[in-house]
Each structure stands twice: as C-alpha cells, then as structure tokens.
Write a protein that binds this ligand. Structure first.
Ligand code: HH2
Length: 285
C-alpha cells in the first residue's frame, strides 16, 4: 500500500496534515534505549530505510525522536539529540523528498535544527513547558505542534501518579496549553492535542482517558493518540514484550477513532492502517 499521493496533496496545500481521513505518525526512535525499538535504528542509513518502510505501509508522517521518554529514562544533552535526529531527517528527505517528517523533542534547539533540515511538525511531550524558547519557535515556523499531557517528568512519572479526576485534569491542562500556544502566536489550526497515554498514568488512568477521549476531542482541536505498544496494553493482554502488543494497540486506534481522535502515533503502521481503513469504511457506509 502506498500513501504517497495523500502526502503530496498535503504538502501542496501547505499544511502537512491536510490529508483526507485519519493520519498515521510512524515512530522512528533514533535512540539506544527506547522501550520497544531502542538501538534498532541508530545508524542514519538504517533509520532512513525504516522510515521508507513506514511510509510504504501507509504512514502520513515519520516522527523522529532522539531521546527516549520511557518511564525512568534520563535526558540526553541537546547536541547529542541534534546529532542523532538531524542526519536522519536529511537522509529521509533525500530518499523521499515529499515525505512529511515530524520531530519529537521538547528542546527548541533540536526543533530548530530539525526544521532547518526539512522537518515540518513539532511533537512536544511537554506541551511547550520544557524549553522557554519553544513556543516562539513554533509560532515563527508556522508549523503544526503536538501538545501532550505529562504528569511530572519521565524519570519519576510512573511513581504513584495521582489525580482526583484524570479526564477533567488532562482536558483542563490541554485547554490551558492550547491557549498558551495560541497566545504565543501558534495558529489555532496548527494545534494538536494529545492526552499522553502512559506519561504519569496508571492502567486505570489510561483506560479512563481512552473511554472518555471525546471530552478532549470536544475542545475542538485535532487529537493525537500515542498508545502504541505501551506497557498498559501488556497489563491487559499479558504481552510482556513491547513488540507483541500490536493487537492491543490496534484496539486503542479503533476505539480512539470512534471517539473522534484523528491522528495516531504508531510503530506498526500496516496493522493500524488496515484497521482504520475498515473503521472508515464502516463510518462511511
Ligand atoms: N509517546 C512516546 C514518545 N513520544 N509523543 C506523543 N505526542 N505522544 C505519545 O504518546 C508519545 C510521544 C513514547 O513512546 P516511544 O517513542 O515509542 O518510546 P521512547 O520514549 O522510549 O522512545
């Protein structure tokens, strides 16, 4: 399956996400320690080959990250993150000039370098709180920005996360960050919200957010779901290995789509693309 025409259509229209139907971000972690694919794509050539495979399977976007944010992970210095991400962005665009690349970072320096290399979306897991320069950079770049909810920080976020009402608190946080981004000059049509599955959340919190995802969709911005291969799926299905959590991931994609999410950040593009094709066909029947 080749989705290139939809991507080119989006590129011509200016907004890289203006494609019809649900949008898949294929995950490309250029890290030694990511929870499910750490070390697999450290060499730029291997990373670019994987990006091409993600695009051929139906990804609309390749989301490139140079620092793991898995629970317990440590930050890497900015120059190291840039050194991992930028050569990969360049290699992907050499191989596929029409591809839409997103950079998964909360550092303005990394985002800036990746945008200069041709990335067109910023995916910030701190929702513009991690670096005081990020909001202005995103506003100036005029690019879509993903604002994600996280309680605490990766090193400690899974140590007894607590909420009075997780859905209300995540929704209020995202509304606040959207307002902040827009006040800093990000165009409202460039704001994408993400409940941050697994970021400072227990199994019950993750399930409640999926059940009530429509409360976040109701804020009026596109919603991205990033549940792919995450640990809570293993808690439900018993799949201990991250790579064995594809079927659980697909369930979250279809449930999320039904509740109004339109963007999905996934490792296993073909499985999620086919599930979404069926969900779309049913919706259109
Ligand atoms: N999850 C991860 C990383 N970035 N970005 C968004 N917007 N939403 C997410 O849910 C999200 C994200 C963590 O997953 P992964 O990249 O697979 O692993 P790691 O952080 O270990 O590299």
């Amino acid at each position: 399956m080749n989705r290139e025409p939809a991507v080119r259509e989006g590129a011509r229209a200016g907004n890289p996400l203006r494609v019809s139907g649900p949008v898949l971000f294929g995950i490309l972690n250029v890290t030694p320690d990511s929870f499910s694919d750490g070390g697999d794509f450290l060499a730029p050539e291997a990373a670019a080959r994987h990006a091409e495979a993600l695009l051929d399977e139906g990804a609309n976007v390749v989301d490139v990250g140079g620092e793991s944010t898995r629970p317990g992970s440590d930050p890497v210095p900015e120059d190291e993150e840039i050194g991992r991400v930028v050569p990969v962005v360049r290699k992907i665009l050499e191989a596929r000039p029409g591809a839409v690349v997103s950079v998964d970072t909360y550092r303005a320096g990394t985002a800036e370098a990746a945008l200069e290399a041709g990335a067109r979306i910023v995916n910030d897991v701190t929702a513009l709180r991690g670096d005081p320069r990020m909001a202005a950079l995103a506003a100036d770049a005029g690019c879509p920005v993903v604002l994600m909810h996280m309680l605490g920080e990766p090193k400690t976020m899974q140590k007894e996360p607590r909420y009075d009402d997780v859905v209300r608190e995540v929704r209020d946080f995202l509304a606040w960050r959207a307002e902040y981004a827009i006040a800093a000059g990000v165009k409202p049509e460039n704001v994408i919200l993400d409940p941050g599955v697994g970021f400072g959340k227990t199994l019950e919190h993750n399930l409640a957010l999926l059940l009530h995802l429509d409360a976040i969709v109701d804020l009026g911005f596109p919603v991205l779901l990033g549940a792919s291969r995450k640990r809570f799926l293993g808690s439900v299905t018993g799949a201990d290995e991250a790579k064995d959590r594809v079927f659980g991931t697909v369930a979250t994609t279809v449930l999320g789509y039904e509740r109004g999410a339109n963007l999905f950040r996934v490792h296993d593009v073909r499985a999620n693309r086919e599930a979404l094709a069926v969900a779309e066909a049913v919706r259109g029947a």
